[in-house]
Design a protein around this ligand. Structure first.
Ligand code: RP5
Length: 342
């Protein structure tokens, strides 16, 4: 989702990114390319899910010893209710002989778009190579090998009260990337704003169209892509729709983004406590921090929400944050790395 936060309009700028995109789409076509391995229906296909227990837990960091949002009562975009799983029954190591989770895979996934795997019934005839590279699709988990039980991958964190894939296209891990773009918060005199003796860090957040929650502007990783390319691809994809930047602005923004993104630092790699997770399909991500240390890079440009976001703004990093999925965790790590206020 990172690309959707800046709006460009320069024909030159658009042209250069169109060329990038054209080279990528030569064999598959844009929509196939963008959807092929990863694009979930949540934003691109406008599956709107309403605010519910799935949305926000407390602002404090959620440790990935367990998952909370992945056990939300009502599955996003549906009226399907998960079987409640108490905290002490999440682990697969705990016996739960009468565990009868609800099975749900959304209609959009069952229609077998290019980004989705075959349905359960076809897994025998079209076997998937789990825990490895399956053609160009990365089926490996950042957490190591996951178990296959009755031909289906098992969520490595534990029970969710729901089997099937829900809104997720892939059986097993569904890989995403999250760009955390930060800057120091400054007062009107250009001095860093302090809180509890530490400087305050801000990050670019987007408000998701699908559920209205604020989030890191992440996106799904394409088959065969490395994470940094995913982030740039998202950027290019969104900027193609822009109609506002002048050629001068375009050049400046392009250079700033190139420079900033070259210096990314990984802050998290692993499972995401995403409300779309199921017992058989789950989100994983690599979150990278791009820090605009003196505010002279992307920070100087105006932000405009694009197609997949209905809002965009700089938000202070703080333990009070309430964000989509487990994004607060990644930001806490980011704050620690910068010795910033939290
Ligand atoms: C989260 O879902 C990831 O951390 C990432 O931010 C996001 C990717 O899904 P979409 O934004 O494409 O729906 O689990």
């Amino acid at each position: 989702m990172f690309a959707r936060i800046f709006r460009f309009s320069s024909p030159l700028f658009l042209h250069s990114f169109r060329n990038i995109s054209r080279s990528s789409r030569s064999s598959q076509g844009k929509h196939i390319l963008l959807s092929s391995a990863f694009h979930q229906p949540s934003t691109k296909q406008a599956v709107f899910f309403t605010a519910s227990a799935c949305l926000l837990v407390s602002g404090s960091a959620i440790k990935m010893k367990t998952h909370i949002k992945a056990r939300c009562a009502e599955y996003p975009g549906s009226s399907v209710r998960r079987l409640p799983v108490p905290d002490n029954k999440v682990s697969w190591d705990v016996e739960l002989p009468d565990y009868t989770p609800v099975e749900y895979t959304s209609e959009v996934v069952l229609k077998r778009p290019v980004w989705a795997d075959v349905p359960k019934e076809e897994l025998q005839s079209n076997p998937i190579k789990f825990n490895g590279l399956d053609g160009i699709i990365n089926r490996r988990s950042h957490l190591g090998d996951y178990r296959i039980v009755d031909s289906l991958p098992r969520n490595p964190v534990g029970r969710t009260g729901l089997t099937g894939r829900g809104l997720l296209g892939r059986w097993g891990p569904n890989h995403a990337a999250d760009p955390i773009v930060t800057k120091w918060k400054k007062d009107k005199n250009g001095q860093r704003v302090m809180k509890n003796g530490k400087p305050v860090l801000q990050f670019i957040a987007v408000q998701r169209r699908d559920n209205g929650q604020w989030a890191i502007p992440g996106g799904m990783v394409n088959a065969g892509e490395v994470v940094t390319i995913t982030i740039r691809r998202e950027f290019a994809e969104e900027s193609m729709n822009s109609l506002e930047a002048t050629p001068e602005e375009k050049k400046a923004i392009e250079a700033a983004v190139d420079e900033l993104f070259a210096g990314g630092v990984e802050v998290y790699r692993g499972y995401v406590d995403d409300p779309r997770n199921t017992d058989n399909a789950w989100m994983e991500t690599v979150a990278m921090n791009f820090h605009d240390k003196d505010g002279t890079s992307v920070s100087k440009f105006n932000l405009h929400a694009g197609d997949d976001a209905v809002g965009v703004k700089w938000i202070d990093l703080s333990s009070d944050l309430e964000l989509f999925a487990s994004h607060v965790d990644f930001l806490q790590t980011t704050a620690q790395k910068h010795d910033a206020s939290w």
